[in-house]
Design a protein around this ligand. Structure first.
Ligand code: IPE
Ligand code: IPE
Ligand code: MG
Length: 248
């Protein structure tokens, strides 16, 4: 990884190293067409391909997609099982093409909660794409920012209880080291589709200084052009990280 936003430098932006996306609006897309919600999720898979293409074409190094939240387990069982089936299909069908493109896939979240078939398929796609150097694609599944932080706190509490870590020496880097995203730079740019203006429990730690782009389109209509638009707009942002950038 060529750069890290863990030691951010204020100033003008160029191409974001790490882009995260809250893929939202599948249900509304389906409703607008008089279709069941799962058809919206199915159509959303095409938009995932578009986002991956957009990221590779733009020179983005890491793409993190919010695919299924911890809270999404509270949706109706038939919608959850449709989503698990789609995840499995995506992992089974896309592996060879992603490998060819040099995309390395990782699944981050509570993978033990996934349906067994989906879990096996994501483990296969992780194995088969390992070492891809064009793009790291993180699929956040059964993930939420608060659950991730609680998990990190438990890890650190165990280290403190065992005497390995002094509580007074706990730093941000220890917390980062216990997150699913350990070793990755924070997202430079967050895109949320469907016009919603909230984080919905996504990457609460990592988004501290991330630039936000709200795309009005529903996720199934999201194309590589929308991705490129967000990246171009990012180019005009001035990031300050709480500091003063230029003297006036
Ligand atoms: C995003 O679309 C996909 C998931 C959360 C799994 P939604 O299913 O949230 O679609 P809307 O927001 O209801 O339109
Ligand atoms: C966020 O979307 C989760 C994913 C995109 C996976 P939601 O549709 O679940 O979020 P809310 O309920 O609108 O906040
Ligand atoms: Mg939604």
């Amino acid at each position: 990884m060529s750069s890290t936003s863990r030691s951010p430098h204020p100033g003008d932006c160029s191409v974001p190293v790490h882009v995260a996306i809250i893929m939202d609006g599948n249900g509304r897309w389906a409703r607008e067409k008089g279709l069941p919600r799962h058809e919206g999720h199915r159509a959303g898979m095409k938009a995932v391909r578009e986002a991956v293409e957009g990221a590779v074409e733009s020179g983005v190094e890491i793409l993190t997609l919010f695919a299924f939240s911890t809270e999404n387990w509270q949706r109706p069982p038939d919608e959850i099982s449709a989503l698990m089936t789609l995840l499995q299909l995506y992992a089974e069908r896309e592996g060879s093409e992603l490998k060819e493109k040099g995309v390395e896939v990782r699944v981050l979240g509570e993978r033990s909660r996934l349906a067994p078939g989906a879990r096996a398929a994501v483990e296969r796609i992780e194995d088969s794409t390992r070492g891809g150097e064009a793009l790291q694609l993180n699929l956040m599944i059964s993930y939420s920012g608060r659950a991730e932080i609680v998990r990190a706190v438990r890890t650190l509490a165990r280290r403190v209880a065992s005497g390995e870590l002094d509580p007074d020496e706990v730093e941000a880097s220890h917390v980062e080291g216990a997150l699913y995203t350990t070793g990755l730079p924070d997202p430079d740019l967050l895109i949320r589709s469907s016009g919603e203006l909230r984080l919905s429990n996504f990457m609460l730690w990592q988004l501290a200084y991330t630039e936000i782009h709200i795309a009005p389109v529903l996720w199934p209509d999201f194309t590589r052009k929308d991705f490129q638009r967000a990246v171009q707009e990012f180019d005009s942002r001035e990031r300050r990280f709480g500091r003063v950038v230029s003297s006036t």
